[in-house]
Design a protein around this ligand. Structure first.
Ligand SMILES: [Zn+2]
Length: 258
């Protein structure tokens, strides 16, 4: 009986040792920072002065933080990648404002850090405040800038759900999710698979629709670090403001434990 039992355990042990080393049970969480616009003055809540942003990057560098690609954190959260190194931080910027090219990109190159841009393609090369396709291509070619979807024209899904009949709303949602991805893929020769919810608005139905449209992760605006305990279709991000300088910025980063 004893012998039988030990034979029985051999395949179980094999399974245990074949499991990836990161399946140790420790949950790593990473702050994902969210920016929108940059400039000489903080004209609104969505603008961070370029000097403040530069100081934040210097803070990260001098305090031993490591800016890691969003994709790596998502792979970890999905259980298909190793945990990010300690003191990891992710940088993202939504909306494709012109200052992403003029102000963020030079600093991204200087510090050689990976960033992810969430873009709604309807504005690109059309709206005066927005980036052009050429600027997006230049940034993507640097190897430091990952480009992902922020729907096609940045709708308020809550308003649209009230305004439209159920069938029309379903069609509208599908268009926003699919056309954005298809346009970015075609214009930039990439494979978009992540989504930032416009205004941080999402619900169960939208999360299902996004997964069905080929997105593997989606992001909100909740001030918390992201980790495996979160729903991968509603991962939190910190909206960084112009006030998050010096010690306030340090406090924001120190919340990476649960
Ligand atoms: Zn947005």
């Amino acid at each position: 009986m004893g012998k039988l039992r030990s034979i029985f355990w051999i395949p179980l042990l094999a399974v245990f040792f074949a499991a990836p080393a990161w399946g140790s049970g420790t949950e790593h969480v990473v702050p994902i920072l969210l920016y929108h616009r940059f400039g000489p003055v903080a004209r609104d809540a969505m603008t961070v002065r370029t000097t403040v942003f530069a100081a934040q990057l210097e803070y990260l560098r001098s305090h031993g933080y490591r800016v890691v690609p969003l994709k790596e954190v998502v792979a970890y959260i999905r259980g298909i990648g190793p945990p990010p190194p300690p003191h990891s931080v992710v940088i993202t910027a939504d909306d494709g404002h012109q200052s992403v090219y003029t102000d963020l990109f030079p600093l991204v190159r200087r510090y050689h850090i990976p960033v992810t841009l969430f873009i709604y393609p309807s504005a690109i090369s059309r709206a005066s405040y927005a980036l052009t396709w050429d600027e997006l291509r230049t940034m993507h070619d640097s190897g430091l800038v990952d480009i992902q979807s922020h729907t096609y024209w940045h709708p308020n899904f809550r308003t649209e759900k009230k305004r439209l009949a159920p069938q029309a709303y379903a069609k509208f949602v599908a268009m926003q999710l699919e056309r954005s991805k298809a346009t970015l893929d075609k214009e930039l020769g990439i494979k978009v698979d992540m989504l930032a919810w416009p205004y941080g608005i999402y619900d169960e139905g939208l999360m299902r629709d996004a997964a069905g449209a080929g997105y593997v992760a989606a992001f909100t605006m909740v001030r918390a670090p992201a980790g495996p305990a979160d729903d991968v279709m509603a991962l939190p991000r910190y909206l960084v403001t112009d006030q998050d300088a010096g010690k306030a910025f340090g406090r924001l980063l120190k919340t990476n434990s649960r």
